[in-house]
Design a protein around this ligand. Structure first.
Ligand SMILES: [Zn+2]
Length: 419
């Protein structure tokens, strides 16, 4: 009897061909591995199940593998968007105030479903989504729907509601005391409570606004004290979460760096001194060049000279950050402009002085390291998840190649393939 049971177990557990992980051999013209700025000509990549199994030159076709030829393309890691808002759509369609004040959460969620698909199909297989901007905790369900395969979309790191100092954040066009806010207001000891509540509800990253305009038309000023920020950073890090702080003023940035933030968002007014401090403390900058560019165009700028003051300031601060060798995140604040146009930030990084290959590294292994995802994504290396994108041409020479996507794969599944 014992023998029969053992035999039955053997039969049940013996792998049938259908249970074998699927094996693919991808043969592009070259492989950009996400780490080495130089692409490797003639490399191929083996994908087994949801993982990368091998990458290198002269790989033999594994038994039972399906071969996918990708002539004239560069195969690279799926890109990582560092600063998105899937619950926002371009401000020239509807102002930010009106999106927060007038659009129901259900409508915003329906849009977010489309935005998630468009982002994935553009080759961005992971996003760090930095706040729903008034859509509550709807990002928690969106992320679950993607993880459960209900809808297509990128892997998501989410921030839920984000945190602002009471009275500082908008919208300011509604009743200042009773209108909905774009993030959760909390200060002092309550700030720590609110941060912990957001983490418990699903936040992978805690997002705070470290400076803002108290009234429309004013300059931004630092909001949270360094002590307030530090209390949240300690709680977030203890919980294994990272902290992203919106800061554009030197004082707001300084407090964020000293408090231990992982990334600073925008950094518009960053000075050489602040960037040296960021480099020293290993704090990354997410420059959001495309948001400033887009907003300037919505206000009537034609993209040529004379450049508006905001664009000039952004160019200068980005250049200073490059000189200081600040770790550079790739994140454009997409949502201000169209989802799926994430490459816009990368093109601006290059046109503002960063080498194309360095921009590619920032959007892959760089963001993976800053967001603590290096053990899963961001490079073409055996053992990592098979999140891959093939684009026509060589983006390490010309980033516009990223706009001609031939194949997108997420976790070994092909989600887009062009003939
Ligand atoms: Zn943002």
């Amino acid at each position: 009897m014992r023998f029969i049971v053992a035999l039955l177990l053997l039969i049940i557990e013996a792998p049938t061909p259908a249970q074998e992980p699927r094996v693919l051999l991808l043969r592009p013209a070259r492989v950009f591995d996400g780490v080495d700025p130089r692409p490797h000509s003639g490399w191929s990549v083996v994908v087994r199940g949801d993982r990368i199994d091998a990458a290198g030159p002269n790989l033999a076709v594994p038994a039972g593998a399906r071969v996918i030829d990708l002539p004239d393309t560069t195969l690279m890691p799926g890109m990582i968007e560092g600063h998105s808002h899937l619950f926002l759509h371009p401000y020239n369609e509807t102002s930010w105030d009106d999106q927060v004040l007038k659009e129901p959460e259900s409508l915003r969620t329906a849009r977010a479903v489309n935005h998630a698909r468009t982002t994935l199909l553009a080759g961005f297989t992971t996003v760090r989504d930095l706040g729903t901007e008034g859509a509550g905790y709807a990002d928690v369900g969106l992320k679950q729907a993607i993880e459960q395969g209900i809808i297509p979309g990128p892997r998501m790191l989410i921030a839920t509601r984000a945190l602002v100092a009471t009275g500082s954040y908008g919208p300011k066009s509604g009743d200042p005391l009773f209108a909905a806010k774009g993030a959760e207001e909390a200060d002092g000891a309550d700030l720590l409570t609110a941060a912990r509540r957001q983490i418990g509800a699903g936040a992978d990253v805690v997002k705070l606004y470290g400076d803002y305009r108290w009234r429309p038309g004013e300059e931004s000023r630092a909001t949270y004290s360094e002590t307030e920020l530090r209390s949240v950073v300690e709680a977030a890090h203890a919980a294994g979460r990272t902290v992203a702080i919106h800061a554009s003023t030197p004082e707001g940035m300084r407090r964020a760096v000293l408090a231990g933030a992982d990334t600073i968002e925008h950094g518009n007014g960053g000075t050489p001194e602040i960037f040296r401090l960021m480099k020293e403390r290993g704090v990354a900058l997410c420059p959001t060049l495309a948001a400033t560019d887009a907003i300037s165009r919505y206000r009537g700028w034609n993209g040529a000279t004379p450049e508006p003051a905001a664009v000039k300031e952004k160019r200068a601060s980005f250049a200073a950050a490059l000189v200081a060798k600040v770790p550079m995140c790739m994140g454009g604040d997409v949502g201000v402009y169209a989802h799926g146009d994430n490459v816009r930030e990368m093109e601006l990084m290059a046109s503002y002085g960063m080498r194309s290959a360095d921009v590619l590294v920032a959007a892959t292994s760089g963001n993976a390291r800053i967001f603590r995802l290096s053990d899963r994504v961001g490079a073409i290396r055996p053992g990592l998840l098979a999140d891959l994108v093939a684009v026509a041409g060589d983006p390490s020479v010309d980033l516009s190649a990223l706009r001609t996507v031939r194949l997108v794969m997420k976790g070994g599944e092909i989600v887009r393939q062009e003939k």
